[in-house]
Design a protein around this ligand. Structure first.
Ligand SMILES: Cc1cc2nc3c(=O)[nH]c(=O)nc-3n(C[C@H](O)[C@H](O)[C@H](O)COP(=O)(O)O)c2cc1C
Length: 257
């Protein structure tokens, strides 16, 4: 075929298009992989932070290594509180499941203290091999959804750590939920009282009484941010209630506590 022929010109142009398309596809795949990895890393980092491994990360520890050494992800059927293999844990995405009717359920309005309307049937929980479990929580904040993790000790009631990783609250006001000085109130608080009743609560700033009998289950709110404080209160009340993790925590305590 002569170099000047029209057929050869088209052939070269066609091959060039094929090569370029392959390169663009490969670049997109690498980017998607990278994004997925970064998302997974962010989740692992937050789970570890809630679970009390922040110091190891600050000391330069490798997040993936600390995570795989200490955490095991399992799916919990929230209705029964039992572990489930109904869906593949490796590919399960709880945020996406909320949008799929077969993987989610409507929350009765009178129980919907977190203001979320629907929740996934299965929750991805992180079992700490040293005891305890890190639970995902979410709910409506003042300005948008709030997503976080709360770690509970092997006794099924003592808070080990608490952190939000996504919210839209106002810097200096509701966003003070991220302030380490506010978050440090959470460790050692008791979710349930001696009678096994849900006791954890967030009160309006200034209403916390360290000498009150329920101080061990009470979190002081945030100054000038009563709205966010009450939203966080609703979130913990929902997720530790009977429609949330209460059935799971009862079983978890019996097994591990
Ligand atoms: C622009 C703007 C943003 C605000 N953002 C928040 C917020 O993120 N969280 C919050 O609780 N209150 C926020 N507030 C204040 C609430 O409207 C409300 O006044 C406050 O929660 C009451 O808290 P207090 O009883 O502690 O004063 C905001 C107010 C304004 C004007």
């Amino acid at each position: 075929m002569s170099n000047d022929s029209i057929a050869k010109t088209f052939l070269v142009a066609f091959l060039l298009c094929v090569v370029c398309s392959v390169l663009v596809c490969l670049a997109a795949i690498v980017r998607i992989d990278r994004e997925a990895y970064n998302k997974q890393l962010e989740i692992r980092k937050t789970v570890l932070e809630a679970g009390g491994y922040q110091q190891q990360i600050d000391d330069g520890g490798n997040i993936d290594e600390i995570f795989t050494t200490n955490m095991e992800m399992k799916l919990v059927d929230l209705a029964t509180g039992k572990y489930t293999t109904a869906v593949d844990a490796a590919t399960y995405n709880q945020k996406e499941a909320v949008k799929q009717p077969e993987l989610s359920e409507t929350i009765p309005a009178d129980l919907d203290l977190a203001g979320i309307g629907t929740r996934a049937k299965y929750a991805a929980v992180y079992l700490d091999k040293n005891g305890g479990v890190v639970l995902p929580i979410r709910g409506a904040g003042m300005w948008g959804p709030m997503y976080g993790y709360i770690a509970i000790a092997a006794d099924g009631t003592t808070v080990k750590g608490f952190t939000f990783y996504q919210h839209s609250e106002t810097p200096g006001l509701g966003a003070e939920v991220d302030n380490p000085n506010w978050k440090k109130q959470w460790p050692d608080k008791q979710v349930f009282n001696a009678a096994g009743k849900l006791a954890l609560k967030v009160v309006k700033k200034g209403k916390y009484d360290p000498n009150a009998a329920d101080a061990i289950s009470t979190i002081d709110g945030i100054a000038g941010s009563t709205v966010t404080g009450s939203k966080v209160h609703g979130i913990v009340r929902y997720w530790f209630g009977e429609h949330g993790f209460a059935p799971f925590l009862a079983k978890f305590k019996a097994e591990r506590g």
